[in-house]
Design a protein around this ligand. Structure first.
Ligand SMILES: Cc1ncc(COP(=O)(O)O)c(C=O)c1O
Length: 392
């Protein structure tokens, strides 16, 4: 063989033999090599297990998907290129053979509202928002709308309301609808929606699961009745997560329960401190005994794990005062996201809920003096000292 041929083929396509690496390798290959056409035919036809093309499946993605399936108690999972890709895949698969109608929680992540109002509604899907913590209101909305899909967040973004997933699942199931739960804020350490009757759980793994602010990704975990449809749609639509991001996410997940426990403990400390600060008009925290959903939280969440987000309103502050306050922060990072090892603060009006009209934001209860704090793993005293100096 000439050097041009050697350069392309030598050393490649070697079997790993008996070596089993202790962590999953990053499988970058887009396609796979087989001993014979007959074997490739069987794998393409899904008669034999194996990989043929990375839009369909990939060993790095399969490892992450198995991990998420175990953590969430699902039948199968799909790793997606972002949390929004995961939300979109779950909602559209839920409606694949059901009415094209969604009943959604009235407080959701901004882009999820955008998906419903700017993408699905113009495409002919009917969308209705309802307070899912008000079960009679949800029942009435479901009876009227006859939805194919009910969409909620375990802990809503950014006002931290908590619905009764088991009862919501009953209402959805009785009406023949599939329940999709965005479990990003809670994580499987705090809630496992599939155990409570949901059909799909979704995550932005960008947040707590990967946890280090260096990967964008999502995952859908489906029950037995919906996994095949999810996977088949994905083979066509191709929303999949790349192998390097799968590796980073799996690496992050190994320490996620330890990080999350610490982050939850930090949130308890900081929420208590904020609640008594004279400049804080109102603090929102799921561990607050006066939280409007405290009874649900006590019933559904494990003891002392309430999530690691604290939202708060600063007294008499408008956009200018909020900007000045956030500019004074020295340890807390001003950034759009949550769930990282570092504590970060976001201004929903300007970022996560920017695309929503001011009127709709007001209806959601998101005021212009509200900020959202995502607790990291630092020492709580240092976070409190930073907030104290920035509040002045
Ligand atoms: C609750 C929730 N769901 C979904 C998403 C979307 O995730 P991603 O940014 O990975 O697309 C976010 C992002 O902030 C979120 O907070």
């Amino acid at each position: 063989m000439k050097i041009h041929t050697q350069a392309v083929h030598a050393g490649d396509r070697k079997k790993a033999a008996a070596h089993v690496p202790v962590t999953t390798p990053i499988h970058t290959a887009a396609s796979y090599f087989y001993e014979s056409m007959a074997q490739l035919d069987r794998i393409f036809g899904q008669e034999e297990e194996g990989y043929c093309y990375s839009r369909y499946d990939n060993p790095s993605a399969a490892a992450l998907e198995e991990l998420m399936c175990v953590l969430e108690g699902g039948h199968g999972a799909l790793a997606c290129a972002s949390g929004m890709a995961a939300v979109q895949m779950a909602v559209t698969t839920a409606m694949a053979d059901r009415p094209r109608s969604v009943v959604a929680a009235n407080v959701l992540y901004g882009a999820t509202v955008g998906l419903l109002m700017n993408v699905l509604e113009p495409a002919g899907v009917s969308v209705r928002f309802v307070d899912v913590t008000d079960l009679p209101a949800l029942e009435a909305a479901v009876a009227e709308a006859r939805p194919g899909c009910v969409l909620i967040e375990t802990i809503s973004n950014p006002l931290l309301r908590v619905g009764q997933i088991d009862r919501i699942a009953q209402i959805a199931r009785q009406a023949g609808a599939a329940l999709v739960v965005d479990n990003t804020f809670a994580t499987p350490l705090i809630a496992r929606p599939l155990d409570l009757g949901a059909h799909f759980t979704v995550h932005s793994v960008t947040k707590y699961l990967a946890g280090h602010g260096d990967v964008l990704g999502g995952v859908v975990i489906a029950d037995q009745d919906h996994y095949a449809a999810l996977r088949n749609r994905s083979r066509i639509l191709g929303p999949v997560l790349g192998p390097f991001e799968c590796y980073l996410t799996m690496r992050g997940i190994k320490t996620f329960p330890l990080r999350m426990e610490r982050q939850c403990a930090n949130a308890c400390r900081v929420a208590g401190w904020l609640a008594s600060h004279p400049r804080v008009e109102r603090a929102y925290f799921t561990g607050d005994p006066a939280h409007p959903d405290a009874a649900t939280i006590r019933r559904v969440f494990p003891a002392n794990l309430y999530g690691a987000i604290v939202s708060f309103e600063i007294r008499d502050a408008g956009k200018e005062e909020i900007f000045a306050f956030m500019d004074r922060l020295k340890i807390v990072v001003r950034a759009t996201s949550l769930g990282d090892v570092h504590t970060m603060m976001l201004y929903p009006t300007m970022s996560s809920h920017r695309e929503i009209s001011p009127k709709h934001r007001e209806r959601m209860g998101i005021r212009d003096n509200l900020v959202r704090l995502s607790l990291g793993i630092e020492a709580a005293d240092d976070i409190i000292a930073d907030l104290a100096q920035a509040l002045g």
